[in-house]
Design a protein around this ligand. Structure first.
Ligand code: SF4
Length: 344
């Protein structure tokens, strides 16, 4: 990193005061429904409730992990926060301002630089016809950042920050391995000096050893630049490594939210318990291993979710009430929220 870059980034981000109440992002009862259109007239005949009640907040410089099976709405939640999708209901509060319905022009002028996204498949998100230099140049141009000379310097700095050689800027994405391509994706996300990064399954497509390298890189960058992450993953072991707080989603709903230690030590929601029971853990003398909970049935369709608690069709502890009454998402212990009738 050049000294100028170092100074600029650090003065902008890492040196900001962190206080315990410094919530940077708050998501309140967020919903994103997609209409189902059929026929020549494209009439709306139903809705897919991709996200139907997501709630969480994250403090500056921390990481929230959002976990759940494929199709649970976690990626849609991430994309709605960054406003790739217009929210159907609920609020997205960023730095105290409601950005849920900002117009694209306002988003571009005030938010797009601040919130960046890292995608699961770095190859698909990198234009194969462009060199790394032009891929990293583009955000500078879009946001009108820096002089021409500075842009070139910063491109090399960014590549070095993510562990690549600055001279790679004249190469194309296909010349790199999966792990290197994800490093390029991270470098691109850093071009605008963001404060918040939404990482959507950033290591799922990578080998386990490479996953660890990317996670370590993300942790180092967080430390250095004071970044905040929303880390979306289906993998509870990966999330355990990087997150401070973990939210568990099922069929578009946030089922449980807690500080990492609490959630992994004492999961309250039957769905979280089932997910955790499937995570392999090394045997430890004197420590009881978790009994494996096998969930019956398939994930119901978000276009026709079950009544009451959406998990009742698969819950090993379902009661009569669960079929009729939607459980409230409530704080049961300090900072530990759960939506389940077992804890009334
Ligand atoms: Fe299971 Fe009922 Fe709790 Fe839903 S509310 S998770 S069905 S016990």
């Amino acid at each position: 990193m050049t000294p100028e870059m170092n100074t600029a980034v650090k003065s902008g981000r890492a040196q900001q005061e962190k206080t315990s109440s410094d919530v940077i992002l708050e998501v309140k009862d967020l919903k994103k429904h997609f209409p189902i259109k059929t026929g020549i007239l494209q009439r709306t005949t139903g809705v897919i409730k991709a996200v139907d009640g997501a709630h969480f907040s994250v403090k500056r410089g921390e990481t929230i992990g959002i976990v759940g099976e494929s199709g649970c709405g976690k990626s849609t939640t991430g994309r709605t926060i960054i406003r790739l999708y217009e929210p159907t209901e609920g609020k997205i509060i960023y730095k105290g301002n409601d950005i849920s319905h900002l117009k694209e022009k306002e988003m571009r002028s005030s938010i797009r630089r601040d919130i960046q996204m890292i995608f699961q498949d770095p190859f698909a998100s990198l234009n194969p016809r462009k060199t790394l230099g032009s891929i990293l140049y583009e955000p500078f141009k879009v946001h009108n950042l820096h002089s021409e000379k500075e842009r070139q310097e910063k491109i090399e700095s960014l590549l070095e920050i993510v562990g690549l050689d600055g001279s790679f800027k004249s190469r194309y994405p296909h010349e790199f391995s999966g792990g290197q391509r994800q490093r390029i994706g991270i470098a691109r996300a850093l071009t605008t000096q963001p404060e918040l990064i939404i990482a959507d399954e950033p290591v799922s497509a990578l080998d386990v050893s490479i996953q660890a390298q990317i996670i370590n890189l993300m942790e180092d960058l967080q430390e250095e630049f004071g970044l905040t992450y929303v880390f979306i993953s289906h993998d509870l072991s990966v999330v355990r490594h990087i997150a401070d707080t973990v939210g568990v989603m099922y069929l578009g709903n946030m089922m449980e939210l807690a500080p990492k230690e609490d959630l992994y030590r004492e999961p309250l929601h039957p769905y979280t318990r089932a997910l955790l029971s499937a995570v392999p853990v090394p045997r430890q003398k004197g420590v009881k291993t978790r009994e494996k909970v096998v969930l019956k049935g398939d994930l119901p369709s978000p276009s026709n979710p079950p009544s009451g608690c959406v998990f009742h069709t698969r819950c090993p502890e379902a009661m009569e009430e669960c079929k009729k009454v939607v459980p409230a998402f409530e704080e049961k212990k300090s900072g530990h929220y759960v939506a389940c009738h077992l804890y009334k």
